[in-house]
Design a protein around this ligand. Structure first.
Ligand SMILES: [Zn+2]
Length: 716
């Protein structure tokens, strides 16, 4: 089966320009490719079948992907055209075993396209995206294959299957139906065309957004204008200007959110306004205009949904999620709008008071928020990043923090190994041993930022846990922590330390997988469930026993002073009005775009977006959506269409589960084992809602999230 490779867990899918040069030098024709000339053509002989990065070259990807598609199609044809009566083994299991080469190369290719890209890889991506869409349709829309799947599905209760196998049959059948297997031939052709157009447009969106982002970078003429920025930030801006042939000037690049962190300490209001305008208007007008793509993608997805029998894309998408219906997802979001915006208005009032006290003579705007929020943070929370960082040395956060917590809860131990090839010198590899000392997984950690890496942080796998073939998981985490100068320690902010725990939570979900079939293994769970194991793991970063073990001064080894710990805990509710509101606005904007019916006229983002925000009562000029339509890469360039709500949905599960741990003795070995047995090891062998309910003893409740985000009205 072709699986959704790597997209599900990508937080930010924006690609940065590569730094390495292209090295496409006449690769041999696919037919001449052998394991001798192309390492993807054979199963890796390294431990855990780890990718042989020392042998992999960019010229290997395209031939391996093409040959991989060819082989998988041949395997699928053989299953579909078999003269034998369809059985679970000769159809469903045979499909689970198919596509090994494509899976092998795809895992590595899409991982590196995010974490270590270059122009060659980007070019291949553009070329293969529509081909992979065609390939997937060739499988899902194969009528003979579907007839076999359907016959097994229809008699699944009588086949004596174990519960995992029966659930797999249901999943596979549903994937076919959702892929259009039941459509007429005419509708199938229409769907194929829409799928190809969608693949082309999403790739195009990413490319245009990348260009728009670069074009929107701010050129500043004098150092004086940058007053408030740190020496390191100014030096970085000067270097970027030099790289662009603008020696003597300064270039500020944009992060792919509306809010720009660089403005946090920027005293120059005119520059803040300029940066905000450039940020908010990215992708509007010029040759990098993404508006027509968004308009067409929204329409195209509605048309697809209609073909498949759904009123809109959101209904189609949510039908396969834990939330089940857009109404349930929207209810979670809209229920929080009043509390979030009230809190944001309170935060704004506080900042306006500062502006007025300083005789600023202006009304707080979105461009000013980060700058004045930082003043509030300093005044009310008295927390200085510079004070915190010496206690969060990266290696300690990883080994004495995340690894330590995993040992406490699950009995895991870790040992770094240096004998395996890596794709970049910054990548580290660890053996992971289970509580009984047996090998469990390989873990790759790629933590430092570099120009060839996309922004954000994510987890995925090079090899999935697969009970059919006996492969154990090879899991990786990628983050964007600033790389220290040679010889200096990597000191993390609390946010970054927390991100490390978050991604490691995803990693545990991949490592603990203990299921038979790859389609339902590891993190192959609904999008609104997948952030649950990662978010719960963030809690352990602040757990007193864990914190005491890792948060020690990198020079003196002194534990973090109690007052500082308290300050960090207190700041977890800082600026939550803004954070929650900007998130809700983006999530509701996503829902609005994907609730359009197929017969709606094409929508102009310039009018659609404000109307949608007004409809949900979340239009606040000072708090724009975290992503505006024109640079919302999660939904137009990634896999989160009608799915951006998933982070908050998962967070409900997370806080509710955290309260369960608190009620039951905290992060004990016994509680960890229970979480592993009922959630982390189960992949998608049961509906997500059933797994949660079994663990928690009831359906999820939203109250813990409201308390933890500090959104609860004081009167209650
Ligand atoms: Zn995550």
């Amino acid at each position: 089966m072709i699986r959704a490779i790597s997209l599900a867990l990508i937080v930010v899918v924006l690609l940065l320009p590569g730094v390495e040069s292209a090295q496409m030098s006449g690769p041999p024709e696919p037919s001449q490719m052998t394991a001798e000339t192309n390492p993807f053509f054979a199963v890796s002989t390294l431990p855990f079948q780890a990718p042989p990065f020392d042998k992999i070259q960019d010229s290997h990807y395209l031939p391996a992907i093409e040959e991989g598609m060819k082989q998988e199609l041949a395997e699928i044809e053989a299953i579909a055209n078999s003269a034998e009566t369809a059985t679970f083994d000769n159809t469903i299991v045979a499909m689970e075993r198919s596509g090994a080469l494509l899976n092998r190369v795809g895992k590595v290719f899409f991982a590196l396209a995010q974490s270590n890209t270059n122009p060659t890889i980007q070019k291949i991506q553009t070329e293969v995206a529509p081909k992979l869409a065609v390939h997937r349709d060739a499988i899902v829309l194969n009528p003979k294959l579907f007839a076999r799947v359907k016959s097994i599905h229809d008699q699944r209760e009588k086949l004596g299957l174990d519960s995992d196998s029966r659930f797999l049959v249901e999943r596979v059948y549903k994937q076919f139906v959702r892929g259009g297997a039941q459509l007429s031939d005419a509708d199938k052709s229409a769907l194929r065309e829409l799928n190809q157009e969608q693949a082309k447009l999403t790739t195009e969106f990413r490319a245009k957004l990348l260009a728009a982002n670069n074009a929107a970078a701010i050129v500043v003429d004098t150092r004086e204008e940058l007053v408030g920025l740190s020496d390191a930030e100014i030096a970085g801006a000067a270097q970027r200007a030099k790289d662009r042939g603008l020696e003597g000037k300064f270039v500020l690049t944009l992060q792919n959110t509306t809010r720009q962190p660089i403005t946090t300490t920027m005293k120059n209001r005119a520059l803040r306004l300029r940066i905000h305008k450039a940020s908010a208007e990215r992708g509007r007008g010029g040759e990098n205009d993404t508006r027509p793509i968004a308009t067409r993608l929204a329409q195209l997805r509605a048309q697809k949904a209609k073909l498949l029998g759904f009123p809109n894309h959101a209904t189609f998408s949510l039908d396969d999620q834990m939330a089940e219906t857009p109404a349930r997802a929207e209810k979670l979001l809209t229920d929080l709008v009043a509390a979030a915006t009230a809190k944001a208005r309170g935060e704004a009032a506080k900042m306006q008071a500062i502006i007025d006290a300083e005789k600023g003579g202006f009304k707080l705007e979105a461009a000013d928020w980060s700058y004045y929020a930082e003043k509030v943070r300093k005044a009310d929370y008295d927390l200085d990043e510079a004070q915190v960082k010496p206690y969060f040395e990266m290696n300690r956060v990883l080994q004495d923090g995340a690894f330590f917590a995993a040992n406490k809860m699950y009995g895991l131990t870790f040992k770094e190994r240096t004998d395996l090839p890596v794709y970049h010198p910054d990548v580290r590899v660890f053996d992971v041993f289970d509580a009984d000392g047996k090998p469990l997984a390989l873990f790759y950690a790629d933590y430092y930022s570099r120009p060839s890496k996309s922004g954000g942080a994510w987890m995925s796998t090079f090899v999935d846990q697969n009970g059919l073939t006996g492969t154990k998981p090879v899991v990786f985490n990628v983050c964007n922590f600033p790389k220290p100068a040679p010889g200096d320690p990597a000191l993390l902010s609390y946010d970054h330390a927390s991100t490390l725990f978050h991604e490691f939570g995803h990693a545990l979900h991949g490592m603990f997988s203990a299921v038979k079939y790859p389609t339902i293994s590891g993190t192959a769970v609904p999008r609104d469930f997948v952030e649950y194991p990662s978010q719960i793991n963030e809690h352990w970063a602040l757990e007193p026993t864990v914190l005491a073990n890792y948060a020690r001064h990198y020079k003196t080894n002194e534990p973090m002073p109690k007052e500082l710990v308290e300050k960090i805990k207190k700041t977890t509710t800082f600026n939550q009005g803004f954070d929650t509101t900007e998130y809700l606005a983006a999530a509701l904007l996503d829902m609005a775009w994907h609730s359009l019916p197929a017969d709606a006229p094409p929508q102009d983002p310039d009018t659609f977006e404000p109307a949608a925000l007004a409809k949900y009562g979340i239009a606040m000029a000072e708090v724009p959506p975290r992503y505006r339509t024109t640079f919302f890469s999660h939904i137009w360039g990634g896999g989160y269409a009608a799915g951006y709500y998933a982070y908050l949905w998962s967070e409900v599960l997370d806080h509710d589960t955290y309260y369960w741990f608190r009620e039951n003795g905290g992060m004990t070995r016994k509680n960890g084992q229970r979480f592993r047995d009922m959630i982390l090891s189960r992949g998608l062998t049961q509906p997500a809602a059933a797994m949660f309910k079994a663990f928690r003893g009831r359906d999820p409740e939203v109250e813990p999230l409201i308390i933890e985000r500090g959104l609860k009205p004081a009167t209650k």
